[in-house]
Design a protein around this ligand. Structure first.
Ligand code: UD1
Ligand code: MG
Length: 448
């Protein structure tokens, strides 16, 4: 049976205190809505429709860039979750199959749970994802009789005894398209919020003799994000999942709770990650590498056996080939560093290519920016760049060439050449002693 996903994302998210629509707030480096779309795609839906409202343009732009198969529809006024779903009536007119309703601000749902929710429709006409909790707070409560769901009561409308129910509505549900839109015609807004509640369809389904079931899942998976505090709670849960997955995949982490992953971080087995490491989006670290403490990586590829840090920063476009060493206080951006090369101390490498086994001395800087444009620096294999060399790009240093410490290199250096780009040293015998004596006597006269 084909499935259409409808993702609700029209709500304002007032409690976020933000100009950004709620579903575009990031979780592990990607908008929450992106997580929901990815999870949705895991069951290969025939259609994916996002209901937008607040910040509709921004949400639509993100969603369509993220996945070209996504469709968006606008709910002009937010009159409730039932009203939101009803906006998809026309769009889905020619669709035959089941509908699964997801929320754009419920980003932690697992693909396996979604697949189970989908499959559960083989045993029920309407299947609601629910969870049990000791702190049901403001969630809608699921009223069940034996195995059957009878109705869903919103917190605001619940009696004292109904509020004591610990079985809660995640908001996510699966139902056939035909039944969904038939039931939606029956709901009204005569309730404490004056809204058209989607959960009210349960009561009408039961009245029509349909079977409604609850599928249980873990509370954290269906956690809704309505405030910054909840966003940070969701982030923590997501990070814990990623940390556990990395450990299970053979990654050693000295202090897992201090390592932060992005949604797409890819770490090979037998990598060792020390304390306080941050992976921004787009990082791959191959097997057997070491990422030492306090390093920050983003948009970087680290090939097998490389060592990065401590205190290293790899920015987007960094490509480290095998067994490269990037040491403390080194920043690399848009650069390719070939096998076995070393940049061990206090350097900036930007828009550069560095040959195999080249050694870049402490304090080396590729001066890549002239105030308007970026320029390339090329360093050959087995070159040796002396400490504190300024490489004023565009410039190249040939293979097995050497630059003297403190040089400012503005012209290309041929293969095998030594480049001296600094002023000549002059020694004045005995002058230091004479000068110091003069300074001391000057100081003594000033005191008097
Ligand atoms: C809803 C459920 C509640 C459930 C809870 C789980 C209803 C009436 N209540 O309550 O039973 O326990 O979720 O988190 O459904 N939205 C729209 N248009 C609207 C209203 C909402 O698109 O007119 C979207 C929101 O952006 C959000 C989702 O629907 O993504 C849920 O809306 P929200 O207002 O957060 O519902 P809750 O009060 O949390
Ligand atoms: Mg909510």
């Amino acid at each position: 049976m084909s499935v259409a996903l409808v993702i609700l994302a029209a709500g304002k998210g007032t409690r976020m205190q933000s100009e950004l629509p709620k579903v575009l707030h990031h979780l592990a480096g990607m908008p929450m809505l992106g997580h929901v779309i990815n999870t949705g795609n895991s069951i290969s839906p025939a259609r994916m429709i996002i209901v937008t409202g607040h910040g509709a343009q921004a949400v639509e732009t993100f969603a369509k860039d993220f996945n070209k198969n996504v469709e968006t529809i606008v709910q002009p006024e937010q009159l409730g979750t039932g009203h939101a779903i009803d906006q998809a009536r026309e769009t889905l007119a020619d669709f035959h199959g089941n509908v699964i309703i997801l929320y754009g601000d419920v980003p932690l749902l697992k693909s396996s749970t979604l697949a189970n929710l989908n499959a559960s429709l083989s045993k029920a006409d309407l299947s609601v994802l629910g969870f049990e909790t000791e702190t049901p707070d403001r969630y809608g409560r699921l009223v069940v009789d034996n195995d059957n769901l009878k109705r869903i009561i919103e917190f605001k409308d619940a009696s004292k005894s109904e509020k004591a129910i610990k079985l809660c509505n995640s908001g996510l549900m699966a139902i056939s398209k035909t039944l969904l839109f038939e039931l939606l015609t029956k709901i009204n807004n005569q309730n404490a919020s004056g809204e058209f509640y989607l959960p009210d369809i349960v009561e009408h389904a039961v009245a029509a003799g349909k079977s409604c079931k609850v599928m249980l899942c873990n509370e954290l998976e269906t956690m809704g994000v309505n405030s910054r505090a909840e966003l940070s709670k969701a982030e923590l849960e997501y990070q814990n999942r990623r940390r556990n997955a990395a450990l299970e995949n053979g990654v050693t982490m000295l202090a897992p709770s201090t390592v932060h992953f992005s949604y797409d971080t890819n770490i090979g087995c037998d990598t060792i990650i020390e304390q306080n490491v941050v992976f921004g989006p787009g990082v791959t670290v191959e097997t057997g590498s070491q990422i030492k403490a306090f390093s920050h990586l983003e948009g970087a590829f680290v090939a097998k056996g490389s060592i990065v840090g401590p205190y290293a920063r790899l920015r987007p476009g960094t490509q480290l080939e095998k067994n490269v060493k990037i040491g403390n206080f080194v920043e690399v951006k848009e650069s390719r560093i070939a096998t076995g090369a070393k940049v061990n101390h206090l350097s900036y490498i930007g828009n550069a290519s560095i040959g195999a086994r080249a050694n870049i001395g402490a304090g080396t800087i590729t001066c890549n920016f002239d105030g308007v444009m970026k320029h390339q620096t090329k360093i050959g294999t087995d070159a040796f760049i002396g400490s504190n060399t300024m490489l004023v790009a565009p410039v190249s240093v040939g293979k097995e060439a050497l630059t003297a410490s403190g040089s400012v290199i503005v012209n290309d250096v041929p293969n095998g050449a030594l480049a001296l780009g600094r002023s000549k040293q002059v020694n004045k015998p005995g002058l230091a002693i004479k000068l110091l004596a003069r300074f001391r006597s000057l100081k003594a006269t000033k005191k008097e």
